[in-house]
Design a protein around this ligand. Sequence first.
Ligand code: SF4
Length: 207
Amino acid sequence: MIGSGDHTPNSYPLMEDFYTLQGEGFHTGTAAYFIRLAGCDVGCVWCDVKDSWDADKYPIVAADEILNRALKFESKTAVITGGEPAIYDLSYLTELLKENKFKVHIETSGTRHLSGVLDWITVSPKKFKEPLNETLVAADELKVIINHPSDLAWALSFKNRVNENCKLFLQPEFEKREKMIPMITEFILMHPEWRISLQTHKIIGIP
Ligand code: SF4
């Protein structure tokens, strides 16, 4: 399943939305409202949100309703994630959030054209589907998941495909973190333009 055919430009299949701390990457530790849209066709074998793949399992929720829920909380950062949120035209949702003073972040595999008004683009490329050059160039943050030692060389191959200001992160796949963290550490000592990202929300037991 790729995405829901039932959504309209003003509504989206919503798997879940919640207020928590960003656990990964550049904004680790900061409060944000997470909007997890359902639907993904990338098919990562180690995906930790496989339940998000089939958009038809989830309700279609109006963007205005999502905004109203987000407005109940203190932070004015919204993170649109998935699934693969770029399946959908995000113009309406992102413009609505911007009108209400939110900073809008997106987490994407980079495999699709991005739409909407975005303040921070995190591209997490996957071996299972090649990211588009246009999304790599637009990325503020590149986050490569390290599931196997060979993924480190693969991560390096993206370094010249992103813009010069893009922050570079290596993140161990959570189930393999004990094995991967020493290799990532060694790699960053040799390639100091990279940083490590840990899934701190899982470590501290929050969503
Ligand atoms: S792109 Fe993300 S949601 Fe889709 S299969 Fe991969 S890890 Fe899962």
